[in-house]
Design a protein around this ligand. Structure first.
Ligand code: DSN
Length: 432
């Protein structure tokens, strides 16, 4: 397998080869703190770059619309079995090309056009597909929203209960993309049952922790659980749906032929590899390190005087209020200033934000990718000091020079994809 590639991309398409090498260098030389990103293993990369990309396999294992699917069946069945084992789910569909398509399929499987849904407000940490007016979820369904309490900046479950009683939704959507606290899926399940609603939990951000029991699982409390596979779960870019057996048929029909055509068999094979990795004992150690790193980073940021939304974190992500009601800088400015010193984050709205999403008052940071690289609490504290110094003095050349040097020292201590990176470096030197 390692010797499979005899053609040299650099000769066939030098521009793309160079872009890939540049991206290897960018990922290696910077501090990746985007909470939804991670670095997959070389085994996952190999499966993604395999000949399964050539195969059409509409349908499901042993029930395909094309011939020649016997090996695609092996990959997909293994991915399904491993996903069910990881999460203790009755049924798994591993075909969604993305988290958005996983969510869309659950809506299609369980709702009629115009039905009422109750989802978490995007600026309080929710997601576009949970009912945003510009997304299919807000266009096709009648949406009410819930959010966090203004003081605690944590989900107000009593208010959610009242909203559910008022709105009488057919479905409550929970899970978040920028919420630093534990989500009480049991309570949300109880609220849903009290108003005869069903629940979809989107665990895209926290799936890795749920997989190893370091975040309470929604599976016993929610009819549907969706996730992406590339965040804390550390697999290829894609989606996954888990549900109870009674919803298996409608969910499978909603994915194919409802929302998608041919599955991406190479990605499904890579999902199987990643799920296999998630079943190993060291995956729990990794998830615990993500959490320990987030605590260390949050503590250091607070020690440096930064205001954190909800005053801290229970999971892998931290939202820093960099705007501080106009006393600080915008999220957009903070993202740019950090980018300039090779610290990659994203601007993010904070609850009750007065800035638009494109400007935003916060930045969202997360520890999954740097934990994969092997960094631990001491490095997180160092990074916390770097981030605070840039946010406090975004235009200081002296601070920029110092932080850039510290970033280089740190990234050199924690090499990633060492073989490929070495090759990329050598090629760049010989080309110059
Ligand atoms: N774009 C993803 C994230 O960054 O959280 C959610 O879809």
């Amino acid at each position: 397998m390692n010797n499979f590639f005899t053609a040299n991309l650099a000769e066939v398409d030098p521009t793309i080869a160079e872009a890939i090498d540049d991206e290897v260098r960018r990922q290696s030389n910077g501090l990746e703190l985007i909470a939804s990103e991670n670095f997959v293993s070389e085994a996952v990369l190999q499966a993604m770059g395999s000949v399964f990309t050539n195969k059409y396999a509409e349908g499901y294992p042993k029930k395909r619309y094309y011939g020649g699917c016997e090996f695609a069946d092996v990959a997909e069945q293994l991915a399904i079995d491993r996903a069910k084992e990881i999460f203790g789910a009755e049924h798994a569909n591993v075909q969604p090309h993305s988290g958005a398509q996983a969510n869309m399929s659950v809506f299609l499987a369980s709702l009629q056009h115009g039905d009422k849904i109750l989802g978490m407000n995007l600026s309080h940490g929710g997601h576009l597909t949970h009912g945003h007016p510009m997304n299919f979820s807000g266009i096709n369904y009648e949406v009410s929203d819930y959010g966090v309490n203004k003081e605690s900046e944590q989900i107000d479950y009593d208010k959610l209960q009242r909203k559910a009683e008022e709105a009488k939704p057919k479905m409550i959507v929970c899970g978040a993309s920028a919420y630093p606290r534990t989500i009480d899926f049991q309570r949300i399940g109880e609220i849903a049952r009290s108003v005869s609603a069903i629940v979809m939990a989107d665990i895209a951000h926290i799936a890795g922790m749920v997989a190893v029991g370091l975040h309470p699982s929604p599976v016993p409390h929610c009819e549907f659980v969706t996730t992406t596979t590339h965040k804390t779960l550390r697999g290829p870019r894609g989606g996954l749906i888990l549900c109870r057996e009674e919803f298996a048929k409608p969910v499978d029909k909603a994915i194919f032929p409802g929302v998608q055509g041919g599955p991406l068999v190479h990605i499904i094979a890579a999902k199987a590899v990643a799920f296999g990795e998630a079943l190993q004992a060291d995956f729990k150690t990794y998830q615990q390190q993500i959490l320990d790193n987030a605590q260390a980073l949050a503590d250091e940021l607070k020690a440096q005087g930064m205001r954190l939304v909800s005053n801290g974190t229970d999971n892998h992500l931290i939202l820093i209020d960099v705007f501080e009601n106009g006393k600080g800088i915008t999220g957009k400015e903070a993202e740019k200033a950090l980018d300039a010193v090779h610290i990659t984050v994203n601007k993010n709205t904070i609850p009750f934000d007065t800035n638009s999403p494109f400007v935003a008052s916060g930045v969202r940071i997360g520890t999954p990718a740097l934990s994969t690289r092997g960094m631990k609490e001491a490095e997180m504290r160092e990074i916390g000091r770097m981030i605070a110094s840039i946010i406090r003095e975004p235009n200081s050349e002296a601070v920029q020079t110092k932080v850039k040097r510290e970033v280089t020292e740190l990234t050199e201590k924690f090499p990633m994809y060492p073989t490929r990176y070495k090759e990329a470096k050598t090629e760049a030197i010989s080309a110059s």
